[in-house]
Design a protein around this ligand. Sequence first.
Ligand code: ZN
Length: 358
Amino acid sequence: MRFLIPALVVCVFVSACDGPFGLFADEEEKEQAVMKVTKNEDVLKAEENQETLTITVESEGAFAEDVTEDMGAIVEEPEENTEETQPLEPEEPPKATNIDKLSVENGESVSLDPNWEYASFSKINSGTAVFYKAPGENRCGIRVGINAGHGTKGGTEVKTYCHPDMTPKVTGGTTAAGSIEAVAVSGGMSFKDGTSEASMTLKLARLIRDKLLEAGYDVLMLRDGDDVQLDNVARTVICNNVADCHVSIHFDGDGLDYDKGCFYISVPDGIKGMPPVDRTYHMSDELGAQIVKALGNNGCKISGNGSMAIDLTQTSYSTIPSVDVEFGNQCTDLSDEHLNALAEGTVNGIEAFYNVSN
Ligand SMILES: [Zn+2]
């Protein structure tokens, strides 16, 4: 704990910048593979019908998207398709969160809906997240929100409430315990070679995205470029309404001269009784524990017992399993090989979470 505080102070004063690793060599290829949704008349008609149709199937998680995929057929033969949803009764409990999720298409940009719960607490929300649908036959219908930490210009100039009930923070961190408000998005730290945390979190997030898509998971990228005008509250609320879980990617600025390893931010006892954390903390901690365990199994160094309890804005507004993972610190090896191991471990952990929790 005492290592983290000076580091997070550093976080506050270092501005995010675009590092040298913003794009992958295969990024262009990836973007070409993602078909942007053209909202022609047929699609718009389909969307009008979609809401009615998905009401009956959305709670069935993984199956809801399959029904909405074939929109042409739904528009032309709505009755027949409605009947065809009947055999989709799941034979086992759904793996996705069972609340209604926004219907989204592959490549679609997702904005913050001001009507969503807690949306009014956001101050920076003109940007959009991007949804990627798993392309393979192994698609499971689970949507993972991947949040590349930092990367919001102007994020340190605005403050948001730490908690939706406006109570003060119960632990220290980037923001001191007792604070009612925190910076909307902190700038992030710098690695010892000067690389910005924001550029590396994006690079790692894209690696994780690609591996999740390959493993059959849909991915919501909360930040899909060097900058996104979405504060931590907006990113969390979008995740709540579009994704089934939320994993944010960070590196700790702790001031050490060696890599202490990976850990997740666990939920401090002081906010476990606060809505909506009271409903999610056990799942959030389980998600973090599974990711860190899998990182360790994949050869990545783990810091101490693998967790540190900190009162985060992300946790406080999450209505779904939600965790901040710190993938090392300013001394962490930034080679492709190591980042690949981190991404692989993360995906293994997410897979383990869904296998044991459902
Ligand atoms: Zn960070």
